[in-house]
Design a protein around this ligand. Structure first.
Ligand SMILES: [Fe+2]
Ligand SMILES: [Fe+2]
Length: 280
C-alpha cells in the first residue's frame, strides 16, 4: 500500500505560536516523514488574523496550505493575497464573491491532495452557508482531482463537528476540528475510513487563555467592560498537531496520531522572537 503522511497544526497564536512552530517543524518533518504540512493561521498575527508577511514565513518553513476561520478578515492587508493565491484558505461556506477560496488542490510528488476549510454555524455564524451542503458541492468536483481530501472544520460545537465527520465518513480522508484552541483526546478512525478529531488544539503559550494573556480576559469576565487582548509571550510554549497517514489509492486514513509538544527553551525565546519574528 502506498501512503502519505499529512501534518495538521492547530491554530498558531501570535509570535509565541510562530516561535514554537519554527523551532519544531524541521524535526517533526524529519522524525515522522511528513509529506504535506497544513497549519491553521487565523490567529498568527498578534493573535487575530494573518498578514502576507506571516504567510511568507509559513511558506519559508515548508507549509503547503494555510487554513483559517472566523478571524480571516481581521487584517485588511491580506485581502489582495487571498484574491491572488490559493495556498491560504478562508472558509468555503462564506457567500460567493468574497475574497479568496475555501478549497485548493495541491500536487506533490505524484500525489494530489484537496484541502478544504469550513466554518461552523452552531454558537458561531448562524447565517453562514450550510457547511454540509458546501462540502457536498466541493466533493462533486474535487473527488476527480484528488483522492486524499483533508477538511479543517473550524467550529465551536462538538456535535456539529462529529455530525459533519459522520455524514462524510468514507468520502473524505479526515475531518479535523479547529477553533477552540484546546486539543481533544477523541482522535479515531471512523468505520468507513475517515480520520476524526474534534479539535487539533493550538500553538502558543501554555499558561494563557487560549494563547492570550489571562489577566485582561479575566477582567472582562469580572467587569463586562471591553479590554485589549494581547498574545501571552511567557514560555513554556506548546505545539498541538495531528498526523494522518492516508492511502493514496482509496484516500482512506490508516491512522491518526495526536501530538502535544512542550517547548521549555526559555533561553532562546527572546533571541528567536526579536531576530526572526520581531515587530510583526
Ligand atoms: Fe483560533
Ligand atoms: Fe476561530
Amino acid at each position: 500500500m502506498n501512503t502519505r503522511k499529512i501534518l495538521m497544526v492547530g491554530d498558531i497564536v501570535g509570535a509565541a505560536g510562530r516561535t514554537v512552530f519554527q523551532r519544531t517543524i524541521e524535526s517533526l518533518r524529519r522524525d515522522y516523514g511528513i509529506d504535506l504540512v497544513i497549519v491553521n493561521g487565523e490567529n498568527s498575527a498578534h493573535g487575530i488574523g494573518i498578514t502576507p508577511r506571516i504567510v511568507e514565513f509559513f511558506k519559508e518553513h515548508g507549509v503547503d496550505v494555510i487554513t483559517s476561520g472566523n478571524h480571516i478578515w481581521h487584517k485588511k492587508e491580506i485581502f489582495p493575497y487571498l484574491n491572488t493565491h490559493q495556498d491560504l484558505l478562508r472558509p468555503a461556506n462564506f457567500p460567493s464573491g468574497v475574497p479568496g477560496v475555501g478549497v485548493t488542490i495541491v500536487n506533490k510528488q505524484g500525489v494530489s491532495y484537496a484541502i478544504v476549510n469550513l466554518l461552523g454555524r452552531v454558537f458561531m455564524r448562524e447565517n453562514i452557508d450550510c457547511p454540509f451542503k458546501a462540502l457536498e458541492t466541493i466533493l462533486s468536483y474535487a473527488r476527480d482531482k484528488a483522492h486524499i481530501i483533508i477538511v479543517d472544520f473550524h467550529a465551536e460545537a462538538t456535535s456539529e463537528k462529529q455530525a459533519l465527520a459522520s455524514h462524510f465518513d468514507g468520502r473524505v480522508t479526515a475531518v479535523l476540528g479547529t477553533h477552540t484552541h484546546v486539543q481533544t483526546a477523541d482522535e479515531r478512525l471512523m468505520p468507513n475510513g475517515t480520520a476524526y478529531i474534534t479539535d487539533v488544539g493550538m500553538c502558543g503559550a501554555l499558561n494563557s487563555l487560549l494563547g492570550m494573556e489571562s489577566k485582561p480576559i479575566i477582567q472582562r469576565f469580572l467587569t463586562q467592560m471591553p479590554v485589549k487582548f494581547s498574545v501571552e509571550m511567557a514560555s513554556p510554549y506548546i505545539l498541538n498537531a495531528v498526523i494522518i497517514e492516508a492511502d493514496t489509492a482509496t484516500g482512506h486514513a490508516q491512522s491518526i496520531e495526536r501530538l502535544i509538544i512542550t517547548d521549555n527553551r526559555a533561553e532562546l525565546e527572546k533571541e528567536c522572537i526579536e531576530k526572526t519574528l520581531g515587530g510583526w
